[in-house]
Design a protein around this ligand. Structure first.
Ligand code: TXA
Ligand code: MG
Length: 350
């Protein structure tokens, strides 16, 4: 299959036509990748079981891992769910369009192929003009996981989508690099006290401000290997770079010293070593392939570059990567959740 890559640029009068063409594909039960504010998504008509199934095939995704249904209007939420709790209504009003996905009881319109066999459905209204227009053009309910091959980091640029899915999908809408760079926060609102199933840039504190009580899924903590995470996708080894990734945590100066030691040892042992530092620290590393992930003065830059940097190190075929850690509040929590998974929870405390 030929993959057509269609550029969407600001103030292009052709955009409307291009998005209509992608929407027509979706309505015919085909796939199209598109930008959102978090990561690129791989879209299909969420109400068409055969279309959803194509997503699993293209990504090589396990069929028990449910998809998020994207909508373009808050009112459409009622059309696919049994009940919208008051908490959810408040959160939608505050954070939609935006990087918050909520889990509801699904109604009969949503096929089990879209929800991985579950009676619940994940719904989100993305904050991206191209995504919103495409959802409308495609029929209003678009299932979209991140547009990567299963097990690879989520794509933050159209080039990443093409590298993973070229030849497997008919169209990619290229809207340039995304703004946020990590996937949406997932909140289960079917429980009386809503539960965060995946941390993202909408933090627990931001949610608490709107609805009061909220808790973290205990299955997210690595210590609790007994408890499986409630979002099926969180149990898979995800976001995995090909190289071994090890995080070094502690006081900044000590971290830099230790990373320098580790890089020297690795290099002497004939390994190709990568380092993930920040704008502030990169100059302190003496050896290895050093990349800055962003600046500690703005954690959002770190989220934005995380997946791209993991892919760059894959391309460079490094054997091992040492990374600083980012255990800050706010979006830092979501960044650490992804980094820890990519590292298989290997952390050196200094
Ligand atoms: O930012 C995002 O959410 C991106 C963009 C494209 O919108 N999408 C995304 O989708 O990250 P995906 O499929 O890569 O991740 C969806 C996660 C998976 O971990 C899945 O298991 C979980 O959401 N999920 C979906 N429906 C669920 C449900 N009914 N109950 C529990 N978890 C669910
Ligand atoms: Mg994904």
């Amino acid at each position: 299959m030929e993959t057509v890559i269609v550029k969407i640029t600001e103030n292009d009068i052709e955009n409307r036509k291009k998005i209509e063409a992608a929407g027509a594909l979706l309505r015919q039960g085909e796939l199209a990748a598109f930008p959102t504010e978090t990561v690129y998504g791989l879209g299909a008509d969420a109400l068409n079981p055969q279309a959803s199934q194509k997503i699993y095939e293209a990504k090589g995704r396990p069929s028990d891992n449910p998809l998020i249904v994207h909508i373009s209007k808050i009112e459409d939420l009622e059309k696919i769910t049994k009940r919208v709790p008051e908490n959810a209504r408040k959160l939608a009003e505050r954070f939609w369009p935006g990087p918050l996905t909520m889990i509801f009881e699904k109604n009969e319109l949503v096929p089990l192929e879209t929800t991985g066999g579950l009676q619940t459905v994940a719904v989100r209204m993305p904050d991206h003009p191209t995504a919103l227009s495409l959802i409308q053009a495609g029929g209003g309910f678009i299932a979209a996981p991140s547009a990567n091959t299963s097990g690879k980091p989520s794509p933050t640029r159209a080039e990443h989508v093409a590298l993973d899915l070229q030849g497997r999908i008919p169209m990619i809408l290229d809207g340039g690099p995304v703004g946020i760079g990590i996937e949406s926060t997932i909140l289960d609102v079917t429980e009386t006290v809503p539960v965060i199933l995946r941390p993202g840039s909408i933090t627990k504190e931001m949610i608490r401000e709107v609805i009061g009580e909220v808790r973290m899924d205990p299955g997210l903590a690595k210590e609790d290997t007994q408890i499986p995470p409630k979002a099926p996708g969180m149990k898979y080894k995800h976001y995995a770079p090909k190289a071994e990734l090890i995080l070094v945590a502690g006081v900044q100066e000590k971290v830099q010293e230790r990373i320098n030691d580790l890089v020297r040892e690795g290099t002497e042992a004939g390994k190709k070593v990568g380092v993930i530092g920040t704008d502030e620290s990169c100059g302190k590393y003496l050896q290895g392939i050093v990349k800055s992930i962003g600046t500690r003065t703005d954690e959002r830059t770190i989220a934005r570059h995380l997946y791209g940097i993991l892919r760059e190190f894959d391309d460079l075929k490094v054997d091992i990567i040492y990374s600083e850690s980012f255990s800050a509040p706010g979006i830092g929590q979501a960044v650490m959740n992804r980094l820890l998974k990519a590292a298989g929870h290997q952390v050196i405390e200094v």
